[in-house]
Design a binder for this molecule. Structure first.
Ligand SMILES: Nc1ncnc2c1ncn2[C@@H]1O[C@H](COP(=O)(O)OP(=O)(O)O)[C@@H](O)[C@H]1O
Ligand SMILES: [Mg+2]
Length: 251
């Protein structure tokens, strides 16, 4: 059994079937990519995993426990973190202040700015944040304002803010969307390092096939709300059903 088990999930928006009988099993410590054309239901599926949407039917189990009906911060506390399409960092705060946000967040996910800025008393938390910044090679940028950094560095910071919470499952929704090639390569390197150095499972939605084939252990191809095929990257390449989903070809 996988660390994440999606069973017979259906989700409609009015007359539109966004997800139809979705089954997915993500193995612990693997990188599982979900690919598919625009409108395939990828974001809808991810939103069902983090408490932003509740499926009409079906179940989503994380480590044997249902995530359905739980609030996003409760799911976060279960050990699931999510990186959004646009980095969710605070541009007016420094790198280090951003790092303190997840460490100082209250149970409901809110935080007080003055608490983050007067962290002298919380030496252990500062050290934890510093270690994380060292791990992702950002420690020399600790005093920079987040707004002044490149898109790749903003993504790197956001990843560090997720990882400092020590999640067991990291969900990534198009982490390289809108990035220049150099920033994309930077993000691939970072994800590879994370994969190799931590006990972490990743589920990644991604359009860039270079990113997917560089990282994924398993790939699920979603089309019109239904998984078409799930296999290794080597077997997915050139698969007739994948060509069909992307190019409208009939194999
Ligand atoms: N909140 C919503 N209300 C109505 N339709 C939606 C909503 N969210 C997504 N959809 C529709 O559901 C389908 C799947 O969307 P989405 O999950 O965003 O696809 P993807 O992320 O693969 O591009 C699309 O047809 C989209 O227009
Ligand atoms: Mg999407």
């Amino acid at each position: 059994m996988g660390i994440l088990e999606v069973k017979d999930v259906n989700k409609r928006f009015g007359g539109l079937k966004a997800l139809s009988e979705v089954n997915l099993s993500v193995r612990e410590n693997s990188v599982h990519a979900i690919i598919g054309p625009n409108g395939a239901g990828k974001s809808t599926l991810l939103n069902c995993l983090v408490g932003k949407l509740i499926p009409d039917t079906g179940s989503v189990l994380f480590d044997g426990q249902s995530v359905l009906g739980r609030k996003p911060f409760e799911i976060n506390q279960m050990g699931i973190s999510r990186v959004f399409q646009t980095p969710e960092i605070f541009g007016d705060l420094t790198v280090m202040e951003n790092m303190m946000i997840p460490l100082f967040a209250r149970r409901d996910g809110s935080f007080r700015l003055h608490a983050i800025r007067s962290v002298r008393a919380e030496r252990a938390l500062v050290e934890r944040a510093e270690q994380m910044l060292t791990d992702v090679k950002m420690i020399d940028k600790r005093s920079m304002h987040a707004a002044s950094m490149s898109r790749g560095d903003k993504r790197r910071l956001e990843m560090a803010m997720c990882l400092v919470q020590e999640p067991r499952l990291l969900l990534l929704d198009e982490p390289t969307a809108g990035m220049a090639r150099a920033d994309t390569n930077n993000t691939i390197d970072l994800l590879k390092e994370i994969k190799e150095s931590r006990n972490i499972t990743m589920a990644i939605i991604e359009h860039d096939m270079h990113v997917v084939f560089s990282l994924a252990d398993r790939i699920t191809v979603l089309a019109q709300g239904t998984p078409l095929v799930e296999d290794t990257p080597a077997n997915i390449k050139g698969h007739p059903k994948v060509r069909e989903a992307y190019l409208g070809e009939h194999a």
